[in-house]
Design a protein around this ligand. Structure first.
Ligand code: PLP
Length: 404
């Protein structure tokens, strides 16, 4: 049952019938072949090997290292713990209070991992178009206490890797990447995973490849990989002694069973997402002020995040109001992200100045539903809602203000 939107009173926000009976969410788990997962899970149950570097997590590490093109993959319980272990790695030489440069626009875990290790996140502004860490702003943030730069491949877009590598090498600091949202994406033709000193993937349920909860560090640094293997397992070395301060960051066999199964669907998922992206680009082409991220052709994206910016001057309504319009239709779009990290309570006052790129984007970003469960027809309806909202933007803004 398709509810065609013609005028403002057809919008559910103003009493019209909802466009969808069921919610369309952002971050739905991507489909898997359930039998494959259950077969693997049964194997773990039969062998009674449920955690601690079992055969499934070892196989998962091999597959992820192949994908990333790295010698090592160290699987972890999630990406946040993986980031904590990486920035606190003894090889980084960081003492409490030392600094790690992070972008101001990212998921808070990027900065939390730094702070959790007693280090200080130093927030760098981002490019106001891509949202990626702006290399031009890094030199002024470097200090004698800087130990690392932690770039984020936001929404699977590759950072400016060559420039970051040059800056980090000249400054003599480590270069890490939070590649949590970038599994299956590339920089030029090179898979994300092998850049800098190490990169971190997330396999959280909402990510393109999921292991319920999970993460990994991928690297070509043999010594770093060995220390991380110890760190995730209470610091135990191969001879059973404790070599360093460790934690429990291991991936369970159930998680690895899911991760392996999810990896098998990655190409199909990306193909579906890419087709969805094309449909969105076409359907939103004539909507002023609502601009989808194109991602371009240079780098390969997984298209797992269907990001748009809403420019209130042109759209006639702002991002938050468009969000309300969509939610009323059961389209659970998300303001992704709505606050830069240096404005969040734990980090308020941490940035030396305003960071205009991050602040500009935070008021405009919107993630729309995508994934293999979203069909072309759904996208057409979602975009119809957006089109009608923008066609009546000033009127919706007035009516909404009058209600409040
Ligand atoms: C998802 C995400 C994380 C956190 O990953 P978890 O596996 O849930 O800990 C960290 N950073 C970024 C940029 C993310 O998108």
């Amino acid at each position: 049952m398709v509810q065609v939107k013609g005028g403002i009173d057809d919008l559910a926000l103003f009493g019209g019938a909802r466009a969808f009976e069921q919610n369309h969410r952002v971050g739905r788990p991507n489909p898997i072949v359930r039998e494959r997962f259950l077969e693997r899970l049964n194997r773990a149950l039969d062998t009674e090997w449920l955690s601690n570097m079992g055969p499934l997590s070892e196989e998962f590490e091999q597959r992820v290292a192949e994908l990333a093109g790295t010698r090592h993959c160290v699987s972890m319980c999630n990406a946040t713990v993986a980031l904590q272990m990486l920035v606190g790695d003894p090889g980084t030489g960081a003492e409490p209070g030392d600094e790690v440069i992070v972008p101001a626009l990212t998921f808070p875990a990027t900065a939390h991992a730094v702070a959790w290790r007693g280090l200080r996140p130093v927030f760098c502004d981002v490019d106001p178009v891509t949202g990626l860490i702006d290399p031009d702003r890094i030199p002024e943030l470097l200090s004698p206490r800087t130990r690392a730069i932690l770039g984020v491949h936001l929404w699977g877009q590759a950072c400016d890797v060559p420039r970051l590598e040059k800056i980090a090498a000249e400054a003599g600091v480590r270069l890490f990447f939070d590649a949590a949202p970038a599994v299956g994406c590339t920089h030029d033709d090179t898979q994300i995973g092998a850049f800098g000193d190490a990169e971190v993937f997330s396999f959280h349920a909402t990510k393109v490849v999921n292991s319920f909860e999970g993460g990994a560090v991928v690297t070509n640094d043999d010594a770093l990989a060995e220390r991380l293997r110890q760190a995730r397992n209470f610091g135990f070395t191969s001879d059973g002694t404790v070599g360093l301060v460790g934690t429990n960051g291991k991936m369970s066999e159930a998680a690895a069973a899911m991760g392996l199964t999810s990896l098998e669907s990655l190409e199909e998922t990306i193909a579906h997402n890419r087709a969805n992206h094309r449909t969105y680009l076409r359907a939103l082409a004539d909507v002023p002020g609502v601009t989808p991220y194109d991602y371009g052709l240079r780098h390969r994206n997984s298209h797992h995040y269907m990001m748009v910016t809403v420019e209130p001057e042109q759209a006639g309504l702002d991002r938050d109001l468009l969000l309300r319009v969509l939610h009323a239709e059961h389209v659970l779009a998300r303001p992704y992200f709505s606050e830069p990290l240096h404005r969040m309570k734990p980090y308020a006052g941490a940035a030396p100045a305003t960071l205009p790129g991050a602040e500009y984007l935070c008021r405009r970003l919107l993630a729309l539903p995508t994934g293999p469960a979203v069909r072309d027809e759904d996208i057409e309806i979602i975009c119809d809602v957006v089109r009608v909202a923008v066609a009546h933007g000033p009127e919706i803004t007035r009516r909404h203000a009058a209600r409040a």
